[in-house]
Design a protein around this ligand. Structure first.
Ligand SMILES: [Zn+2]
Ligand SMILES: [Zn+2]
Length: 329
């Protein structure tokens, strides 16, 4: 019998493609219709059609005809879709902290429950302490066998800048940094303590060029540090930088969401919170009042309305080209 997929893998199949989650985010902003999704995200029609049906298929959105207009459909978040809110907040927090630039966060949320600006914080649900990457112990188990078998859902993001061509948000900027499913897995393995190219390669079972491109992209974006550990021939290891460690809540909320979607037999986390010794489940709370914010208790204020101009130039290949020549680890 085939092993159950790791929770992270299961989550990534549903929302691992950045477009899928950006559509989800629009739904959290109250968007319901095809044309509005398309305009706000600046997304190609066929891509939008494809991702909307995926989200419906995976049970995150439901599609309904308007009662009086049988030609118009609306998409609404299901309970399973609403349950991705913690993940959305952790993506936002990282983008606010690390890629907002001089203009500051493009979206500000206010927590109606306490009346303060909502700054999300990730805590351990057992001991209520804030979660730091150093305190997280991940048992990778049989991840190698279970993820390498599934190549059907692999999507290649050759132009991550497209994700930020629509409504400016920290969520879209964070997703543009992480990239696709393989990007998530590379970060997950790095969080679990894997650092050498060969080790990443043997676990993920992907093409060396694909892995090289992801590693170089993360080094370029400052999420991974590349350190030489041998000089002749040069060999490197890759470790999470400060901003990379700060992605820990993003990975954990996604992992937990995947876990909640699996049936009971598989629904046991293999992650440990070293600080308290308990199995780690993440909770996202409002920094000011300590309560977990629900979408209905949050007010959205779009501060910057203008999207950076979508680039007209050819697809950027700088990352993979540099990667091919640089990494021979
Ligand atoms: Zn704990
Ligand atoms: Zn609050």
């Amino acid at each position: 019998m085939r092993d159950d997929p790791p929770p992270l893998d299961s989550a990534l199949r549903a929302i691992g493609d950045p477009w899928s989650f950006l559509i989800q985010q629009e739904a959290f902003f109250g968007v319901r219709r095809f044309g509005d999704f398309q305009r706000n995200l600046n997304i190609a029609k066929n891509t939008l059609t494809d991702r909307l049906s995926m989200l419906v298929e995976f049970g995150l959105l439901e599609r309904k005809k308007l009662p009086d207009r049988s030609d118009i459909h609306e998409y609404r978040l299901t309970p399973r879709g609403l349950d991705t809110y913690q993940y959305a907040l952790s993506l936002m927090r990282w983008g606010d902290d690390w890629v907002a630039g001089k203009d500051g966060p493009p979206v500000i949320l206010s927590h109606k429950t306490c009346g303060r600006v909502l700054r999300p914080k990730a805590i351990c649900s057992a001991c209520k302490r804030e979660i730091h990457a150093e305190d997280v112990q991940i048992n990778l188990g049989n991840i190698a066998e279970t993820i390498r078998n599934d190549t059907a859902s692999v999507r290649v993001s050759s132009r991550p800048e497209l994700y930020t061509a629509g409504r400016p948000t920290s969520v879209s900027r964070t997703l543009a940094v992480i990239g696709d499913r393989w990007g998530f897995f590379v970060l997950w393995l790095a969080l679990a303590g894997i650092s050498k190219f060969e080790h990443f390669h043997s676990v993920l079972g992907i093409a060396r060029t694909t892995l090289t491109a992801r590693l170089n992209h993360f080094v370029e974006r400052g999420v991974l540090d590349r350190l030489e550990y041998q000089s002749r021939p040069p060999r490197y290891e890759y470790r999470l930088s400060e901003s990379g460690k700060a992605l820990c809540p993003v990975l954990l909320t996604l992992h937990d969401w995947g876990l909640r979607g699996l049936h009971k037999r598989a629904a046991k986390t293999s992650i440990l919170h070293r600080s308290c010794g308990q199995p780690l489940h993440v909770e996202i709370v409002c920094m000011a009042c300590g309560h977990p914010p629900l979408p209905k208790d949050v007010e959205v204020k779009q501060v910057h309305l203008v999207a950076p101009r979508a680039r007209q130039s050819r697809p950027s290949k700088t990352v993979s080209k540099k990667g091919a020549s640089r990494t021979k680890a």
